[in-house]
Design a binder for this molecule. Sequence first.
Ligand code: NAD
Length: 482
Amino acid sequence: MEPILNFINGEFHPSASGMTLETVNPASGQVITTLPRSSAEDVAMATKAALEAGPAWSATTMEERMAWLHRIADALEEEAETIAQLESMDTGKPISLARRVDAARSVSNFRFFANFGRDHTEPIFSDHGAVNHVHRSPVGCVGLITPWNLPLYLLTWKVAPALLMGNTIVAKPSELTPMTANHLAKVLTKVHFPKGVFNLVHGLGPEVGQAIVEHPDIRGISFTGGTATGKIVAATAAPMFKKLSLELGGKNATVVLDDAPLEEMMDGIVRASFTNSGQVCLCGSRVLVDAAIYDRFKTMFVDAVSNIVVGDPASESTVMGSVISKDHQTKVESYIELGQQEGGVVLTGGSATDAPVKGVTAQGAFLRPTVIEGLSHTSRTATEEIFGPVVTLHPFTSEQEAIDMANATEYGLAGSVWTADTARGYAFAQHLDTGIVWVNTWLNRDLRTPFGGVKQSGVGREGGAWSLNFFSELTNICVQQP
Ligand code: NAD
């Protein structure tokens, strides 16, 4: 495959130093292609292009920008199959998932914000003989930094509202998954999108990401990634008074109440646990089950999990592909080992040596979906983010105990509650210290709703009006009436 290049001022360039990195297909261990190992110099070039493009782009009307978002959505839709193939190859996720989630959502992010912009109006307040007009201007040049688990999905979730509000962009995708961001740049070229408005700089986090966060002319940072990296980003950006949105890690609880109809809900609970090999920040990795139904739940859950088809991501029948890298596989395996050291019992799955996946090469980063029971809910395995296909099971004897257990982590991103009684589920959900709770569903996303975490899962909200607020400066113009 041709090498990936930076996209600066509408043109593709190697890094200023000429240095490169390799992107690897984690399911085969084979190098796909190279990408630039960029530096602060490349970030400076991209920022200069973004600043120069800023005045013309911000002078366009909201309607013109909405039309651009629709045009980009159309072009991405035409390329949906290519995007799904590239995403599957770069991440090791099954092609069916890449089609259904990654490619589809990348289109709908642009479509959604284009339509949302059309429906959005600003309030007017009248008092004391004066009329107050809420006025929005773009933040300016914004930095968008994204992780590897949902590469184009998460990048477009930021790009679309940033463009809608008249900002220009310097973006950095994860160095592990640069393929679809590169494809977005190609699509923008194809539709003759104005040069310099969207710039893409590839490379390592501490080199390129850090340079974006440090650049004084980048006035806002929207970051999605791990909590440890988020702390570094916040420490750098806060003294510069940049606008900052941090979407960070999670260790989410799935709570199964005693009245849950298990036959009906098991598919949803399994999906919440293992979608994308458990590498969705919203996956439920701690399953808390009422003791009254624990044994029945355990038998059904373990049976369903051990039947998940793990294998070649390119195969249409694969439900779970590889994890993102051999390094990540080793990290996840170390948690399975830790879980056993902490007194847990592996009910299904285990490390790659315990439970090899047939039909894949040894170079592939494969794991089996793993379920562990017998751990304290405060153990490291049950409270630290593993971000892989590992779930711990914990019985509880009262709703209060379930609430206490669910809240006993430093994270607060998401959770789900499963019950026959939606009113009971809704009441329970209000006690969870998390940004999102789903009742009898999971990853059911209405893009108008606020998205983000509490505690160490992040600061700020994105989605709908919250994205528009983040990507604009709100001011008030007060006009005294004659
Ligand atoms: P990561 O924090 O390692 O990297 C995220 C991005 O930050 C990458 O592009 C990386 O290159 C960059 N980066 C690294 N160091 C940097 C620095 N010093 N300055 C600026 N940028 C830097 O995360 P990851 O391993 O790519 O992704 C997994 C994590 O992301 C998990 O913790 C997961 O929960 C989280 N995540 C959160 C959400 C959410 O919406 N809350 C969504 C997806 C993933």
